[in-house]
Design a protein around this ligand. Structure first.
Ligand code: PLP
Length: 390
């Protein structure tokens, strides 16, 4: 008889977004005329950059002709994209990463979820609380012990070093859900710890393109010696609106003390057949001069929403974190309301949807996550409505 992997039974119900959808749908049924605005979505709303669209058309035309048609691509991704990544995301920042350390993927969710497969089930893993749930779920499926590192208003959302030894540390900065960041100095503490403890850092840089502040690192490899201990995940989803196109990449340095570059290549060549040629040409286009200008403009559009939200909510008396170097605002609920109580109040009174912070971990209780990915019009309208209902 086939037995199931019992670790899957330990997964908590993925009930956050289902429960949000259930509550919103129930409210809509009772109030069909309510114009509900979502400030909860983690998906982008603005279209792809014209340079990306042009690259997609061109790649499609190539696929239509036998002489330029492409089938299976190279396992690590096409050279044209890996070279563009190395040049623009690393060399331009004086970081020395080589093309054979870059693995093109179909996005950061797969890689942040799958990379742990290279490690023993006995490794102890630590994650921040609150956290992007993929890191916890993937390691729960593998049966690993997970140590949670609280990130609270009191510690400025900067996790303290674990009290017991851990083998792997997942860090995500700029952070989803809190929208907060680490300075180079704060990140160095983690690199030093990892080197000293022979631990690995899995660094999720999915929101790197949103960084505005000078002292916030775009890559963990800005910290000396990080190549000995850190794997870094990138995504074009929020950088360039690729949530539907699907493309990202992972950097696995050859200098890692735990040698994983060859193993990841081996794993990928068995279980992954590459990112589509079209998606890789689309990604390449964001590194052209026009592409760079266009994606910057879209990020500026979202960050203007974040600024409006910060200013308006702070003006209304809310305590708001994040939203300066990230498209997320972590907002404390008023009057000791729980995350879900405040969610209900926002939905019923202001017809605005937010994401209850407790869905990202116990330390998220008393917070909600608001996102800047809406349109200016809806963001302004939602803020006016919240103010009028207070
Ligand atoms: N990492 C974090 C922290 C995210 O918030 C997300 C998406 O929301 C991802 C990774 C996944 O990104 P992708 O669309 O590239 O799979």
């Amino acid at each position: 008889m086939a037995l199931i992997n019992e670790n899957f039974l330990k997964l908590s119900e993925s009930y956050l977004f289902t429960e949000i959808a259930r509550k919103v749908n129930a409210y809509k049924e009772e109030h069909p005329k309510a114009d509900i605005i979502s400030l909860g979505i983690g998906d982008v709303t603005q279209p792809l950059a014209p340079a990306v669209i042009e690259a997609l058309y061109k790649a499609t035309d190539e696929m239509a002709v036998a002489a330029t048609f492409r089938g299976y691509g190279p396992e690590r991704g096409y050279d044209f994209l890996r070279e563009a990544i190395v040049e623009n995301d690393f060399r331009a920042r004086d970081i020395d990463i080589e093309a054979d350390e870059v693995f093109v993927s179909d996005g950061a969710k797969s890689d942040t979820g799958n990379f742990q497969e290279l490690l023993s089930a006995n490794c102890v893993v630590s994650v921040t609380d609150p956290v992007y749930p993929v890191y916890i779920d993937a390691n729960t499926m593998a049966g690993r012990e997970i140590v949670k590192l609280p990130c609270t208003a009191e510690n400025g959302f900067v996790p303290e070093l674990p009290r017991k030894h851990v083998d792997v540390i997942y860090l995500c900065y700029p952070n989803n859900p809190t929208g907060t960041t680490l300075t180079k100095e704060q990140l160095k503490v983690w690199v030093d710890y990892a080197i000293c403890e022979n631990a690995l850092i899995f660094y999720d840089a999915a929101y790197e393109a949103y960084i505005q502040s000078e002292d916030v690192p775009h890559s963990i490899y800005e910290i000396p010696d990080a190549k000995q201990c850190a794997v870094e995940f990138h995504s074009y989803s929020k950088t360039a609106g690729f949530t539907g196109i699907r493309c990202g990449y992972t950097v696995v340095p050859k200098a890692l003390k735990v040698p994983l570059n060859k193993l990841w290549n081996r794993r990928q060549s068995t279980k992954f057949n590459g990112t589509s040629y079209l998606a890789q040409r689309a990604a390449e286009a964001i590194y052209t001069p026009e592409g760079k200008t266009q994606i910057k403009a879209t990020i500026a559009y979202y960050m203007e929403n974040a600024r409006m939200m910060r200013d308006a909510l702070t003006g209304m008396g809310f305590k708001v974190y994040g939203g300066i170097d990230a498209p997320y605002l972590w907002t404390q609920t008023p009057g000791n309301m729980t995350s879900w109580e405040f969610f209900d109040w926002m939905l019923h009174s202001a017809h605005v949807v937010c994401t209850p912070g407790v869905g990202f971990g116990a330390q998220g209780e008393g917070f909600v996550r608001l996102t800047a990915f809406g349109t200016h019009e809806n963001t302004e309208k939602a803020l006016r409505r919240i103010e009028s209902k207070l």
